[in-house]
Design a protein around this ligand. Sequence first.
Ligand code: DGL
Length: 287
Amino acid sequence: MTEPALTPEATRPEAARPIAIFDSGLGGLTVMREVARALPHEDLIYFGDTARVPYGIKSPQTIIHFSEENCRFLCERDPKLIVVACNTASAAALPHLREHLDVPVLGVVAPGARAAVAATRNRRVGIIGTEATIKSRAYIESIRAVDPTISLINRACPLFVPLVEEGRTCDDPVVRLVAKQYLRPIREFGADTLVLGCTHYPLLKAALRQQMGRAVTIVDSAEETARATAALLDEMHLRRRDGETPAYRYFVTDNPVRFASVGSRIMRDIIENVSLVDLDAIARRPS
Ligand code: DGL
């Protein structure tokens, strides 16, 4: 008997499983927002490790350990794909997660790197991220793997995350001053492309654009990751195509009320269904 032909337009039963997204806190909602926009029929589960954020100042060992625990929790919800929305976790833990999990895992670094290579005209690219992301050189290696001739400059911008967490926005004078200081060397380097290598930075895009000038292309790894997620689902024939209203669930390791209120601003939608996860219980689960 011949196998029935794969019809990509039909939703296969495995495709009904959710996409899981994790981040160190609430910044990864910038990625969730773009994934929701690119894939409007998918059920999404978001995990924010709000008790242990920030990851950007932690050691690679600790980031790997936390990332593995988060993924173990998510795997119990049977996702078809895990998106590591956190740039710091993508930079430090992606190879480890891929090696140890049965479910496909997508990070934000490679999509952002590919987009930067495609965007640059003068072959000069700037990268900004947390201390851990910059120290890992993950973006540099990913861009060089695509095109070793591109000149790169990178810069850790540790103040941006707390500024966003505090609710400061692009027109805030402190944000502008900090952006000016951080971005000066990248401007002087003559980069025509700037990679936002952190979940929080898309929320400061207008302030960063003002410092870099309109001619510079800003690569938002959240948007690029959403595109890569859609492409990977298509490749695996796991994209959900029927018109049901998708379900969004949120899990956090601390302070669900704050997550819902700040997160609703990021998602530009009311966040409901936030559950508190017991970190000790996660840590006790067998690997
Ligand atoms: N989610 C982190 C990132 O994208 C930023 C916040 C943190 O330091 O944990 O790198």
